[in-house]
Each structure stands twice: as structure tokens, then as C-alpha cells.
Design a protein around this ligand. Structure first.
Ligand code: SF4
Length: 734
């Protein structure tokens, strides 16, 4: 018998017969990979590939990007506007004019009867920036409700809040190039290989060239933790304690950068005072990291010529999310690690254009990081749009997580949901379902008509996807990149920009304010509003052509930055390089953070921590990746990671089903035994409908209103395997 390669057939990659490649940007995560879409001679899309000339991904893509071209005609796409008088009744197809007229009339009727703010709008992090700006114009300038927010409250609100509190403005100060310069890399609650695979590849590339310590703080042995030099398996929700203890060591041993602190910060004495209470000896009993390791990590971080921290949902999705971000900023400020190559506080954003909504959607204020609370900002935008400044509220309204409770109390009667799926993504979905059922009117705007939240709508707007339209995204490192329009909208779906513009015409101010039809004209408005030396968020030097030529430009990129020969297409890689911050006196705020323990804890009745997160194949609630054959094939079903010792004690076996129960509800999941989780914790991916968010509590951070998805408790029960398998197949079938 012959063994080995001799008789094996070589793998043949069939030619896709691409006749033309079109430039665009990935529409999933915030890494911001440049993509080329391949079209054959019949102008049919046949493949995608990474753009080799793009600095972000240098030709690489993860599985989601590689298969993104399969989105265009995937199952479940909405082809026509739909309408019905009661949710659960069968939908009827309708004309766009009727769907839009009905929606405008319902909004006006609800507002007339119950007040302007009784109609709420919840948007997303996945539209183009021009669409966000236009939705903001429609909401703030025409509809006039103050209860308007994005689903970014579920993922990035704590980062925004923390940046504003520490530095006086939102905007991640660092970039991927920092990996090339850092001497110590610390990741808090961030599993890069699965969440942001191409950022991880950039980190690996930097590590292969030049060794530096990789420290990972995560209760679970994530893929990133497996590659770490030091893994700190922290007790959930106690990051503030760990960082305070690190600062205790740094200040006690005089390792802080006093010159930087004196020149560029305020509040050091208050921070020094509070961290005295966080001696590693006592802190270790709260955060679960032994005192020697705390000291070692603190010394490595403080002594590194440049050290950087990144974080994702492990920090943001917590009742201490905003404080956690502030404390990471504190750590970097006292060690002089802001605004220098390799020294930064870099929040790794979630959705492809979460940054775009933060910058331009007006969800938490007015466009271009302007504030509703600031009279000059209100006047500037009202004058530019041509309306009365009194039309604007004087402070921000409810966040997404407060909008649903306001439906329960009857304060909100109508809702418009744009490209988000709260029936899967919000904590405690049983409560969300009841809230949606209570609404007098719900309109859902989404690429997919089978998105779970659409079960409760009265009107459905079918939206175009990705390169069926045109516009920009801003990625994690403030890089603005372009999605070019490659093919026409599917069936009778419409670009979100078109939908917003058409709805605007049905409101009084919509005939006063200009609503350009072309995305590039909208971009030109944003450029104008961004102009000004005092503004970091300045895109006035950018054009669509320059963005394509550069494969993305980081802001600020001001008029004139292209230089006398017009060839400089690089924006500013880092913020705060001069140590000046957009606060009243130009100094960054060092803010003392005290830990308080308000999380639901494992107890006798519910003895396991419930942790949740992502898998590489899926994006958010699987509305898109759940329809892509190979993404779904690799990760078809909800599962639960469980420690083998804990499983043995309960009689649970590998690849059997169990019931997870919390104080909110229950879910049946398939067990994977692994030492990635400790004995007192289980982990479930958050992508699946009717699964982990039936269980989560979602206590809110007081500053950001972001829910704590990762800190609650559950118990595990054995179930009938045949019944569970049947339920699971039903759940997988859309
Ligand atoms: Fe798209 Fe993110 Fe994957 Fe890049 S890493 S291809 S941006 S999903």
C-alpha cells in the first residue's frame, strides 16, 4: 500500500474568470479591510479578494470578507416594501410611496397625540457615514424626536464615554502602526484572532519582527490568551481593581512619568489617593490575580519605553465599562503612553462603521462631535441646515437601552429600527419581545425581511446591502475608506440614503433643509462642517478619489494636507501627539475610579458565571453570515464551552445538550468540553437567536448606558437529548 503525497491529487482552485476588479471596503467588522470585488464578463459578481496595496490588510481577508460577495443574493433578502395593520398578521406587499406615506403619517399622529419624543429611532453601526449624517439630519432637523440612538450603545458606548471623560473628546488616539513601535502590548477583554482577525495578523507580523511582551487580561483562555506571554484570568467585572492595583505599584515604586503628568494632565493627586486603597495584597482577592503577577505586569508596563493597551467588549460591556476605559486611560496617562508611537489607549471598535455613527449620526448630539448641550453648536448646525435652533433639544435623550423600558412604561408609542436586530442582540429578549408587542407602530428597515425583529413590525422597508450603494466607513484607527457602488440594488430594495431622503420630503423641515441625492454631495457637506483647526475630526482635505487612491485616509486630514505637490495622502496616524487635549485647559483628566460590586454573582442556585462573545465565522446576529454557506457550515449552532471537571461533577458529556437557566429565562445548547473556561464559568457565542440573550441581565453602566452582557449567573440542567436536538434544528432553520 502506498502512503504519503504520491497518489494525492493536487488541490485545484477553480478559476473564477474575473474580467474586472472593483474597489470597496469590507462591511463587517471595524478593521476596515480594503476589498476588491471580482466581476465576470457578464458583470456578475463571482468573488472577492483583499487589496494588496491597502495598508490595513495588505491583501489579506478573514473568512467573512472572503465570502462577502455571496451576500448580494443570499436568502431572506427583502425585495418589496411590506405593510400590515397588526404585527403577526400576514404582510402585504405595497408601493414605496404607500410605505413611506403610512410611516410619516403614523409618526406625525403619534407625536401629535403623545408629544415629539413619543416616537423613537434606533439605528446601527453598519450604514455608510453619509447615511448616518442624513438620518441625523432627518431625525434632529425634521422629525424632532430626542429619543434617537444607535445599537452602538450595546458595543462602543463605554469607549466613547471613557474617551470623552479622559480626553475631552471621542476618537481613538492610536493606530495599527503602533504595533510596530510598542514595547509592551496589553489586551483587556479582547480576543483579536476571532473578533478582528486581520488586526491580529498585523499584531503577529509585528511580533515576528520584534519580540515584545503580550499580556492578555481575560477570564477565559481565548485564542489571544493562548498566544500570550502572561495571561491574567481575571474575575469578571473587576478590571478597575486590577488597574488600580497596577497604578498602586507604579506610583509606590515611583515608576510613573511625572514629567508627562505635570505637563499634560490634571487630577493626579486624586488618582494617587484612591489607588492607595488598592494594594495588590487585598486587590488580589477581588480581581483573582495574585499579587506577584500584578506587580510584575505593572513593572513591565511602566518600564517599557512605549506601552499600549487595547480593549473590546470585555471592558465595554460591563456596569463599570466607562470607568474601565477611564482607568485604562489613567494607566496610559500616568506612564506617558498617549500620542506616541507604540504608546496608546486604543479601543478596538466592533461594527464596520461604529466610528461613522459616533462621528456623524447625531445620535448623542449633533454632527461632527458637536453637543446638543452647547448653544454655539446648536446654532451652527441649525444655521447650516436653515432651521430654527429652537427645534433642537438642549440635551441628549434616551439611549437605546432606555428606549425599551420607556416603551414598557408607555412613554414611547412608536419606533423605527434601522439595520439592527434587538430581538437577538439585546439582553433579556423576553422583555424586548413584550416591549415590541406593545408598540402602536413599528417600522423595520433592514436588508433582510426575515430578521427576527421584523416579526413585530407594521411596515418593512427593504434596504440595499454593502456595494449596492456608495459611501464611507471609518475604521478603528480613524481611517475613512470608501465602498464604491458595484451593482444595482437587489429587486425593489433601496439604498438607506434614498429611504431617508424620501421620508424627509414628507416632513415640513424636509422641504427647507437640503437633502442631496448623491452620497458624494452629502460627504461634501460633512467636509464643510468638519473644517476648523481646533477640530480633530477634520476630513476637509478628503475626496472620494483621494480615499480610493490612498486606500483609506485617517482623520484629521485637513484642507492643504495634500501638500504643494498634492501627493500626501496620509492623514494623522495619532491624536494628542503634542500632549494637548480638547478639554477646557488642554490637559487630560486623570479620574479616580472606585470599584463597587453590583454584578449578579454565581450563587448556590445559579453557580456559573455566564460569559459571551464572538466566533470568527459570524457577525453579530447572523442576519448576514447565517445565510453564507461556509460561515454557517463552520459554526452552524449555538454551543457552550464548559470545563470538563465541572461537567463531570454534573454528569454532563461532551457534545450533548443541556439547559441553561438564569433568573430571566432558559436556553438549550450543545456542550463543548474545554479547559478554555474555568470551573465556575460557561461561555456561549452571542450570535444566535433565542439563545444567550434569553439569559442575560444587562445591568447598565451609569455613564454610557451600555449593558453588562458578560456578568450574570446561570445553572445547568440535563435535558432529553432527542427533544433538544429537534429544537436545535428548528432554531437553525430560518
Ligand atoms: Fe472584514 Fe473584519 Fe474580516 Fe477584515 S477582518 S475581512 S474588515 S470582517
Amino acid at each position: 500500500m502506498l502512503f504519503g503525497r504520491k497518489n494525492k491529487k493536487p488541490i485545484v482552485i477553480p478559476s473564477k474568470k474575473v474580467a474586472e476588479w472593483k474597489y470597496t471596503t469590507c462591511n463587517y467588522c471595524s478593521t476596515g479591510c480594503s476589498i476588491e470585488i471580482g466581476l465576470n464578463e457578464d458583470k456578475k459578481i463571482v468573488t472577492t479578494r483583499g487589496h494588496a496595496g491597502a495598508d490595513v490588510n495588505r491583501g489579506k481577508l478573514c473568512i467573512k470578507g472572503l465570502l462577502e460577495h455571496e451576500l448580494f443574493d443570499s436568502p431572506g433578502r427583502g425585495s418589496e416594501p411590506l405593510i400590515r395593520s397588526k404585527h403577526y398578521d400576514p404582510f402585504e406587499k405595497t408601493y414605496w410611496d404607500n410605505a413611506l406615506d403610512t410611516t410619516a403619517q403614523k409618526i406625525k399622529a403619534i407625536q401629535k397625540k403623545y408629544g415629539k419624543d413619543s416616537f423613537a429611532i434606533v439605528s446601527t453601526g453598519q450604514l455608510m457615514t453619509e447615511e448616518f449624517y442624513t438620518l441625523g439630519k432627518l431625525t434632529r432637523g425634521c422629525i424632532g424626536t430626542n429619543n434617537y440612538d444607535g445599537n452602538t450603545t450595546l458595543c462602543m458606548a463605554s469607549a466613547v464615554s471613557g474617551y470623552k471623560r479622559s480626553f475631552g473628546s471621542d476618537g481613538p488616539p492610536g493606530c495599527y502602526d503602533d504595533f510596530e513601535h510598542t514595547h509592551c502590548f496589553m489586551a483587556f477583554g479582547s480576543n483579536l484572532p476571532e473578533q478582528h482577525p486581520i488586526i491580529y495578523w498585523r499584531l503577529k507580523e509585528a511580533l515576528e519582527k520584534r519580540k515584545f511582551p503580550l499580556i492578555v487580561v481575560d477570564p477565559r483562555v481565548t485564542m489571544l490568551a493562548q498566544f500570550a506571554d502572561i495571561h491574567l484570568p481575571i474575575t469578571p467585572g473587576t478590571d478597575c481593581v486590577l488597574i488600580n492595583a497596577m497604578m498602586h505599584v507604579i506610583i509606590n515604586e515611583n515608576l510613573q512619568d511625572q514629567a508627562y503628568i505635570d505637563a499634560h494632565t490634571q487630577g493626579f493627586d486624586e488618582v494617587r489617593q484612591i489607588v492607595k486603597d488598592y494594594d495588590p495584597k487585598s486587590a488580589q482577592h477581588i480581581c483573582g490575580i495574585d499579587e506577584d503577577t500584578i506587580r510584575t505586569v505593572a513593572r513591565i508596563y511602566a518600564k517599557a519605553p512605549a506601552a499600549m493597551s487595547i480593549w473590546t467588549m470585555g471592558i465595554n460591556q460591563s456596569t463599570h465599562g466607562s470607568d474601565g476605559v477611564v482607568n485604562i486611560n489613567n494607566l496610559n496617562l500616568i506612564t506617558g503612553n498617549i500620542g506616541k508611537p507604540g504608546g496608546t489607549s486604543l479601543s478596538i471598535t466592533g461594527q464596520c462603521n461604529a466610528m461613522g455613527t459616533r462621528e456623524w449620526s447625531s445620535c448623542s448630539g449633533l454632527p461632527g462631535y458637536r453637543y446638543l448641550e452647547n448653544e454655539a453648536d446648536r446654532k451652527e448646525i441649525a444655521d447650516y441646515w436653515g432651521i430654527d435652533p429652537e427645534f433642537f433639544p438642549k440635551k441628549r435623550g434616551l439611549a437605546e437601552t432606555d428606549i425599551f423600558p420607556a416603551i414598557e412604561t408607555g412613554e414611547i408609542k412608536g419606533l423605527w429600527i434601522v439595520a439592527t436586530n434587538p430581538m437577538t442582540s439585546m439582553a433579556n429578549t423576553a422583555r424586548i419581545r413584550k416591549a415590541l408587542e406593545k408598540l402602536d407602530f413599528l417600522v423595520v428597515q433592514d436588508v433582510y425581511e426575515d430578521v427576527e425583529t421584523n416579526q413585530y413590525s407594521h411596515v418593512y422597508f427593504p434596504a440595499s446591502v454593502w456595494a449596492e450603494k456608495e459611501g464611507c466607513h471609518t475604521n478603528t484607527e480613524r481611517r475613512v475608506n470608501l465602498i464604491a457602488n458595484v451593482l444595482p440594488p437587489y429587486a425593489n430594495s433601496k439604498p438607506d440614503l434614498w429611504i431617508f431622503n424620501q421620508l424627509a420630503k414628507r416632513f415640513e423641515n424636509g422641504n427647507i433643509i437640503k437633502f442631496p441625492e448623491k452620497a458624494e454631495d452629502v460627504f461634501n457637506e460633512m467636509k464643510f462642517l468638519s473644517k476648523g483647526k481646533e477640530r480633530n475630526l477634520d476630513i476637509s482635505g478628503m475626496t472620494y478619489q483621494k480615499i480610493i487612491d490612498a486606500k483609506g485616509i485617517q482623520w484629521p486630514y485637513r484642507e492643504g494636507d495634500e501638500g504643494p505637490d498634492g501627493k500626501n495622502l496620509k492623514g494623522q496616524a495619532r491624536l494628542y501627539t503634542d500632549g494637548k487635549f480638547p478639554t477646557k485647559n488642554g490637559r487630560a483628566n486623570l479620574l479616580p475610579v472606585r470599584f463597587y460590586n453590583n454584578n449578579e454573582q454565581p450563587c448556590k442556585e445559579y453557580p456559573f458565571w455566564l460569559n459571551s462573545g464572538r466566533v470568527v465565522e459570524h457577525f453579530h446576529t447572523r442576519t448576514r453570515t447565517g445565510k453564507i454557506g461556509n460561515c454557517n457550515k463552520f459554526s452552524p449552532t449555538a454551543y457552550m464551552e464548559m470545563n470538563p471537571d465541572a461537567a463531570k461533577a454534573l454528569g454532563v458529556e461532551h457534545m450533548t445538550y443541556v439547559r441553561l437557566t438564569s433568573r430571566r429565562g432558559d436556553a438549550v445548547v450543545l456542550v463543548q468540553l474545554t479547559h478554555r473556561v474555568p470551573r465556575n464559568m460557561v461561555f456561549v457565542p452571542f450570535h444566535y437567536h433565542d439563545c444567550v440573550n434569553r439569559l442575560t441581565l444587562g445591568l447598565l453602566d451609569p455613564h454610557s448606558r451600555q449593558p453588562a452582557f458578560k456578568q450574570c449567573s446561570v445553572r445547568i440542567e440535563l435535558v432529553d437529548q432527542d427533544e433538544a436536538a429537534r429544537l436545535n434544528v428548528e432554531r437553525r432553520t430560518f
